[in-house]
Design a protein around this ligand. Structure first.
Ligand SMILES: [Zn+2]
Length: 165
């Protein structure tokens, strides 16, 4: 797989990818706690194992950055008082060889997650908006929330799933 280098859009992310590759479990949970506090609280699942193909440290950091709100529809699901649930979606699916890398990930609600998986949505990343195959759908041309760097190559892989008929 050749990864196309794209322009850095200058997103300000409070953590660096290199931070996320810390080796000991203690350091990794410490980092998670620091960013949890920096980003104004929220609940996280602390880690009980070191890096796996899908690392919960990265997805936890991203969920904190977006305060558990879906980047597509802005919804946040409260599952118990003060506790929120959201998913992280890999644009280039890990099962297909995509990396578990922040630049390949988005925070989404379960509804938007399934629409991305099934190709109902097109990410128009140049305009920070989403298109739905039904042009009268509430999400069609809705602006999306992007606070971290997303690689356009992975967006392209995602958009290959989009079908309008
Ligand atoms: Zn959503």
């Amino acid at each position: 797989m050749s990864v196309v280098t794209v322009k850095n859009r200058g997103y300000k992310v409070p953590f660096k990818l290199s931070d996320v590759l810390l080796e000991t479990l203690e350091h990794r949970n410490q980092l998670l706690e620091e960013y949890r506090l920096q980003l104004g609280g929220g609940s996280v699942s602390y880690l009980n194992h070191t890096e796996t193909p899908r690392d919960p440290l990265r997805s936890n950091l991203l969920k904190l950055l977006y305060k558990y709100k879906c980047q597509i529809c802005d919804k946040r699901i409260e599952t118990s008082p003060g506790k929120y649930t959201c998913h992280t979606h890999h644009l280039f699916q890990v099962g297909d060889g995509g990396p578990d890398d922040l630049a390949n990930m988005m925070v989404v609600c379960p509804n938007c997650h399934i629409m991305l998986d099934k190709g109902a949505l097109y990410l128009d990343i140049d305009f920070d908006r989403v298109l739905h195959f039904r042009t009268n759908h509430e999400l069609h041309r809705k602006s999306i929330n992007i606070k971290h760097y997303i690689d356009e190559y992975y967006v392209g892989v995602q958009n290959d799933r989009y079908r309008t008929n």
